[in-house]
Design a protein around this ligand. Sequence first.
Ligand code: 7TS
Length: 417
Amino acid sequence: MNAVHAVAGSSAALDVATIRRDFPVLERTVRGLPLSYLDNAASSQRPRAVIDAMSRYYETSHANVHRGVHTLSQEATDLFEGAREKVRRFINAKSTQEIIFVRGTTEAINLVAQSYGRPTLGPGDEILISWLEHHANIVPWQMLCQQTGATLQVAPITRSGEVDFDAFAALLSPRTKLVALAHVSNALGTIIPVSRFIAAARTRGVPVLLDGAQAVPHMTVDVQALNCDFYAFSGHKMCGPTGIGVLYGRESLLSAMPPWQGGGDMILAVSFEKTVYNGLPYKFEAGTPDIAGAIGLGAAIDYLEALGMERIAAAEHALLDYANERLATVPGLRFVGTAPDKAAVVSFTLDRVHPHDLGTILDHEGVAIRTGHHCAMPVMEFFGLPATARASFAFYNTPAEIERLVAALLTAREMLG
Ligand code: 7TS
């Protein structure tokens, strides 16, 4: 019995010791020490159920999808489309036509920029983002601005790392043609109260894209309740494989958008005179998709759902509280990003110790954290820092791992501080 079966159906807290046995990599050592993997915001680890689902597909059912009447092709298609239905249910989209498989959050945002933004925006139009975005939610819009003559507007953040709602609302104008916001900040962990922002934009008729890369793995996401127009996320941050992600789009918008890549699967008929495009969602899925990736993502969703997103959120919140309390005892440690509502991400600096040196020393202690600008250079600039150290937790982490982080930080301080 794996951990999923052990806890399914009960309202008890997660049994982390059992859950950890579902993740083969958590059993390995690093430099002779047990691994404390605290870099989940960059990429989470995979349970055996995900690895097995992908191996089983390759071992028994691999063929190309949507194009063969033979048994293997039909099996592969059923598994692939079954995964799409799991994604739809997981984020409560109305229809599988609204679920586009892409490589990840980055590709999803680029798709919207090029397929929604490029034909509709022109000089004088504005795209409104915030100061705490990941580069994936900045650069595609800058490229779009260069292509169309539109301009990028940026809503400021506060010292605690929250998006300033009043400033955001003041930046909304008849020129605003699209709002693109993180649901959860990767560099600071801030949970943005997106409903408020979405309501403000939508009353002015402005569509909203949410970058959900850091939200979907850690909380219940319901795209209909959010009432957003686009929602992007990545499989590899939610216990699924790399190379697969999702763009949710409101059907009325997706149907009006032209395809962004041409090729097989996205067409109904091709002649040299004219090509008739396929319907949704295939119009946006040119070429052979990442079939195994989608199947693995479906298995990851099964795994997370069996644990229960609410229990996952509660477990991670307890880890965040514990980390905040314990890290506050480390002399010279300064938290960066102190919003009251946060996902389990802690960014910090340590006096007189460069984050990169810190990362290296921690690795020698078997503790994996991320150091650097976290692909959010404007956030670093805002706080006047070149980099931070960032510990980010998943439901399989333990207080003992946080103790090891604290001990390793004290060691680093002794060596370098
Ligand atoms: N948006 C956010 C909020 C992210 O955290 C990331 C990845 C992306 C977009 C891009 O996702 P991808 O799967 O397309 O690469 N964030 C991180 C991070 O924090 N450390 O490494 C990658």
